[in-house]
Design a protein around this ligand. Structure first.
Ligand SMILES: O=C(O)CCC(=O)C(=O)O
Length: 267
């Protein structure tokens, strides 16, 4: 489901400013190591990283640890997002620290994700049914459409259960032709809109054939108390890397954790 005009320009800008700072740091390192010849400091966030990646293709499709910050905390605990989340998950909400800033670079495969249910990457276990809930909020930081690699979703696919999948390189893809089974919706969105789906909704992002980077951030919530055994299945150290946080509690508001709590958990 797409909700329009949820976040204000200022709320989006604080994440864009964070990206600009992290990009500066990454660019400095690449320059010092002699992997790029130009820092393109004069370019805006939308195009600068594309130029850097032309000179030095990156290995990671998303940024997580490097963008851990007060700005991400503020976004994840934004009351408008939590109010929407509460409608689906109820009033006791835990942030799952598996959030990603995605620099979807033009004409590049690494950041183009084929059709998948997020559960493909959670190694089955108990997240393969709807009584288990992991809710994603996908938030574009630039306007998105078919040209710069917006998302597509198949509404209703979350009711299909975990569908069979196979590995393709480091990606996981459905075995069946999912487009023949459901209607594909192209999620054209403006800055400020949010796309909400769960771990069983089939989704993908289209290739970016524009000249700019399609920046977005996706964040995930679960009902407080739901087990994180699927986290453990993704490998040791998950809780340290992706520390979870109670972000809303109507029953015990004093349980809500702040940014310092999050920092402490990660140490
Ligand atoms: O941002 C993208 O291109 C893909 C994101 C995605 O698949 C997800 O958030 O689960």
């Amino acid at each position: 489901m797409i909700l329009q005009n949820v976040l204000s320009p200022a709320e989006i800008q604080s994440v864009t400013d964070l990206i600009a700072r992290v990009m500066d740091e990454k660019t400095e390192v690449l320059f010092r190591e002699g992997r790029i010849a130009n820092k393109y400091a004069e370019l805006p966030v939308e195009t600068r990283w594309a130029k850097i990646c032309e000179m030095s293709p990156q290995q990671a499709s998303g940024w997580n640890q490097e963008v851990f910050s007060q700005a991400v905390y503020e976004l994840c605990t934004n009351s408008k997002l939590l109010n929407s989340c509460e409608q689906y998950l109820g009033p006791e909400i835990t942030l799952n620290g598996d959030y990603w800033v995605r620099p979807k670079v033009p004409h590049e495969d690494l950041t183009t994700l084929p059709w998948h249910q997020d559960s493909f990457y959670y190694n089955g276990a108990e997240n393969d049914n709807l009584s288990y809930r992991i809710l994603s909020f996908w938030i574009p930081l630039v306007d998105v459409d078919e040209r710069n690699g917006c998302m597509q979703v198949i509404p209703g696919s979350h009711k299909w259960g975990l569908i069979p999948y196979a590995s393709l390189g480091n990606k996981r893809v459905p075995v069946e032709d999912v487009e023949a089974r459901g209607e594909v919706i192209t999620a054209r969105m403006k800055k400020g809109d949010i796309l909400i789906f769960n771990q069983l909704t089939l989704h993908r992002s289209l290739p970016n054939v524009s000249e700019g980077v399609r920046w977005s951030i996706d964040i995930r919530y679960t009902p407080t108390g739901q087990s994180f055994s699927w986290h453990e299945l993704t490998g040791p150290g998950f809780e340290q890397r992706y520390s979870t946080l109670i972000v809303r509690s109507r029953c015990n508001p004093e349980r809500v954790q702040d940014f310092n709590d999050w920092k402490t958990k990660k140490q």
